[in-house]
Design a protein around this ligand. Structure first.
Ligand code: KIV
Ligand code: NA
Length: 264
């Protein structure tokens, strides 16, 4: 059965969890869909894991279009979310719409945009004109130079309050989903309980509606030290297919993430 924004909302309304993994090519799109992954995220993390760059900052719209086409060919049933890469969502709502349109034409069903309340007008512009949006807050890799490193966000009283307000403003502006990256589990829980749209967490604890990981990370392929929030699902599996299926089971049953993967 085809996954749609409506079927995702139904999972949320039933109080159940859904699963997201990044995906950059056709054959993995087929495998992930077979294992029951609900959302395939064509992440700009492809800058890191495919292109070998240190950051996501040099990923282009053309790169995203190419990988979206690859994923779309491999996955008839999947819901495909695609990152708007750095520089394609910041200039104006109109410019963002035109860039998002090209991703939709390539096979995306939703775009993901990094940024808090500053992106509210843009998200309203897109969602009012037929393009669903996932807003991405907390650790935003496209703002790495502004943030001064890949580190936890929302871990002071002031920044936690700001993130909660951002989440509420983004929901009001029409965001269909909210992704939260590397924030305290307690804050992610509070935001999830406050909002009436599903949340997706990465390094944000167990209480989000959905979880996401970078595919390569959960398969145990990383260059550097493993981040705390990652679980290598290959250690207890005999194949990639089994690892992905175990990820789906672990998320749906609330066994992943565990305490050891969360921040306080
Ligand atoms: O690009 C990506 O893979 C992402 C996830 C880590 C959320 O944005
Ligand atoms: Na991303």
């Amino acid at each position: 059965m085809k996954t749609t924004i409506s079927s995702l909302l139904k999972i949320y309304e039933n109080g159940e969890k859904f699963t997201v993994l990044t995906c950059y090519d056709a054959i993995f799109a087929t495998l992930l869909t077979d294992c029951g992954v609900d959302v395939l995220l064509v992440g700009d993390s492809l800058g890191n894991v495919i292109q070998g760059e240190e950051t996501t900052l040099s990923v282009t719209l053309e790169n995203m279009i190419y990988h979206t086409r690859c994923v779309a060919r491999g996955a008839d049933e999947a819901f495909i979310m695609v990152d708007m890469p750095f520089g394609t969502s910041q200039l104006s709502p109109e410019h963002t719409f035109e860039n998002a349109r090209q991703l939709i034409a390539a096979g995306a069903h939703m775009v993901k945009i990094e940024g808090g309340r500053i992106m509210a007008d843009t998200i309203q512009f897109l969602t009012k004109r037929g393009i669903p949006v996932c807003a991405h807050i907390g650790l935003m890799p496209q703002s790495i130079h502004q943030l001064g490193g890949y580190k936890i966000q929302g871990n002071t009283e002031t920044s936690a309050k700001q993130l909660l307000e951002d989440a509420q403003i983004l929901e009001k502006s029409g965001a269909n989903l909210l992704l939260m990256e590397v924030i305290p589990a307690s804050l992610a829980k509070q935001i999830t309980e406050t909002l009436s749209i599903p949340t997706i967490g990465i390094g944000a604890g167990i209480d989000c509606t959905a979880q996401v990981l970078v595919l390569h990370d959960m398969l145990g392929i990383y260059k550097k030290k493993k981040s705390k929030f990652i679980k290598n699902f290959m250690t207890e599996s005999h194949s990639i297919r089994e690892a992905v299926c175990n990820y789906v089971k672990a998320v749906k049953s609330g066994q992943f993430p565990d305490k050891e993967h969360e921040f306080q």
